[in-house]
Design a protein around this ligand. Structure first.
Ligand SMILES: NC(=O)C1=CN([C@@H]2O[C@H](COP(=O)(O)OP(=O)(O)OC[C@H]3O[C@@H](n4cnc5c(N)ncnc54)[C@H](O)[C@@H]3O)[C@@H](O)[C@H]2O)C=CC1
Ligand SMILES: CC(=O)C(C)=O
Length: 256
């Protein structure tokens, strides 16, 4: 029986790239997204490519949605072997301008969403044989400062911490928890960040993106496929002895 991977925020961007790669790797694919129209379109595209795929509507910041997602995936395909907590949102704001509403909103999605996804996946994986893999979307902004991404960055530092704690707690159940930390990836998220930087920094549209890309040692922007290559490894048995790690894949921006 094929293994099954669930990807939140899988309708587009990095999530879609991960879903595409894991489908190529032979997983059944469950795409979850709050944008169900786009998720359905992506699922249809994958089916035309021969993948076993379903799309499920869900908001990761809603705990019930996350448990319903895992139940639906297990009901359809018999197991949930990989759960990718990919969905996330951005905000461009100076620390002095962050409002309580915005702060709650971004933590609800990026942090609470990761907790609920982990809870739902762990409950199912504990019932199964074999190693379950939970994979979280962190960022290089979860390890180092990015001007005007303060709240976002704080959520990604939190995801890094959650990855470490979940790994320690769930290891006894044969569940590994790791995270990918991309750099500057060309998705709709960066379109919004670039637009936000225009007002704050008095830049022309596209200039913030260009400045960031120019700072990448490997001299090109990152694609969802670059991220998916790492996630493919984290989802495979090759990474069975790795847990609690947040791995940079960023073209060399952050080196230690
Ligand atoms: N684009 C980048 O440069 C980087 C992105 N990341 C992280 O990678 C992940 C994916 O990012 P992108 O693909 O760039 O974003 P994106 O904005 O292009 O796509 C995100 C997807 O998640 C969905 N989504 C948003 N909120 C949701 C919610 N509450 N519940 C369910 N679905 C929701 C959206 O509908 C969308 O389909 C995010 O966690 C992001 O923080 C990390 C580092 C760099
Ligand atoms: C969006 C994001 O995480 C970065 C580092 O650009």
């Amino acid at each position: 029986m094929s293994k099954t991977a669930v990807i939140t925020g899988g309708a587009q961007g990095i999530g879609k790239g991960i879903a595409q790669r894991l489908g190529n790797d032979g997983f059944n694919i469950v795409i979850s997204d709050m944008n169900i129209d786009l998720a359905n379109e992506t699922a249809e595209e994958f089916k035309r490519n021969g993948f076993e795929t379903i799309a499920v509507e869900g908001n990761v910041s809603n705990q019930d949605d996350q448990f319903a997602l895992v139940s639906k995936a297990a009901e359809q395909f018999g197991s949930v072997d990989v759960f990718v907590n990919n969905a996330g949102i951005d905000q461009v704001e100076a620390i002095e301008d962050i409002t309580p509403d915005n702060l709650n909103k971004i933590f609800n999605v990026n942090v609470n969403g990761t907790v609920y996804g982990t809870q739902a996946a762990a409950k199912q994986m504990k019932k199964q044989d074999g190693i379950g893999k939970i994979i979280n979307a962190c960022s290089i902004a979860g390890k180092t400062a990015f001007e005007l991404l303060g709240a976002y960055s704080a959520t990604k530092f939190a995801v890094n911490g959650l990855t470490q704690v979940s790994a320690k707690e769930l290891a006894q159940f044969d569940i590994t928890v790791n995270a990918y930390c991309p750099g500057i990836v060309g998705t709709s998220m960066w379109d919004r960040i670039d637009a936000g930087m225009v007002d704050y920094k008095g830049l022309e549209p596209g200039q913030a993106w260009e400045q960031q890309v120019n700072s990448i040692p490997l001299q090109r922007s990152q694609t969802p496929e670059d991220v998916a290559n790492l996630v493919s490894y984290l989802a495979s048995s090759d990474s069975d002895y790795m847990t609690g790690q947040a791995i940079n894949i960023d073209g060399g921006i952050e080196v230690h």
